[in-house]
Design a protein around this ligand. Structure first.
Ligand code: SF4
Ligand code: SF4
Length: 236
């Protein structure tokens, strides 16, 4: 027989119409393999239809369900009850919205605002090199790709930016910085000066103090701090 847990979720609420903020506690009995998004859904159905939260793919690919669980930024769609109990050693969880963007309601934040940082880093080739004569595509050696392939797993969930103490101090943030660094490492990019201007600007990588909190919380297990360290050394 599978284990059952009696959970207490204390959720930070915000009602923009009444300008009211408060914590609300819900208790649930649940099995081990429900995810936190399932718990939110159960609260909506069984206890409180007004609790607002966001998710989309629910397969850890879109980053829209990032929340703070007992202070740690995590994806609610991949956090199983049993794993959460083991990780935190408790059945009591405090759930809060991330702070990298303004809160719209309860756990819902304005992701467009968070994305402004990533857009500033231009997460695409600004101007690709011309193709070599007679070629229909650029050929990049496996060795070169291997240097930054890990970073391409980033889903812009902003968990790293949430964990980064420097994020609130005019730093563009770990994921946005990494988006620029990856294109610096891409042999097809020609606009490297423009990228360096941002990476070494006032809001650039020297705001990072190498705590590695970003790497620690990344749900895609990307060593974000490693890419920032490469950029600090100019080792693109
Ligand atoms: S680097 Fe990791 S934690 Fe940061 S946004 Fe990308 S996937 Fe999320
Ligand atoms: S290593 Fe740098 S970017 Fe990563 S969390 Fe620490 S200060 Fe932020």
């Amino acid at each position: 027989m599978s284990k059952s847990y009696s959970l207490t979720l204390t959720i930070r609420r915000f009602d923009p119409d009444a300008s009211r903020r408060w914590f609300q506690t819900y208790t649930l009995s649940t099995g081990p393999i429900l995810r936190f998004v399932d718990l939110f859904r159960r609260i909506n159905v069984e206890q409180d239809a007004t609790l607002a939260w966001t998710s989309s793919c629910e397969h850890a690919q879109c980053g829209s369900c990032s929340v703070k669980v007992n202070g740690r930024p995590m994806l609610a769609c991949e956090l199983l009850v049993e794993n959460a109990v083991n990780l935190f050693g408790t059945t009591k969880f405090r759930i809060e919205p991330v702070t990298v963007a303004p809160v719209v309601r309860d756990l819902v934040v304005d992701w467009e605002k968070a994305y402004e940082r990533v857009h500033r880093a231009k997460p695409y080739l600004i101007e690709p090199k011309e193709l070599p004569p007679g070629m229909t595509e650029h050929r990049i050696s496996p060795g070169k790709i291997a240097r930054y392939e890990e970073a391409t797993r980033c889903i812009n969930c902003f968990c790293c930016a949430e964990a980064c103490l420097s994020s609130c101090r005019n730093f563009i943030g770990p994921n946005a910085a990494m988006a620029g660094i990856v294109r610096m490492m891409d042999i097809r990019e020609t606009q490297k000066e423009e990228r360096l201007d941002l990476l070494y600007s006032e809001e650039g990588i020297y705001r990072c103090h190498t705590s590695k909190a970003c790497s620690h919380v990344c749900p895609k297990e990307i060593d974000v701090a490693h890419f920032i360290a490469l950029a600090k050394e100019g080792a693109f």
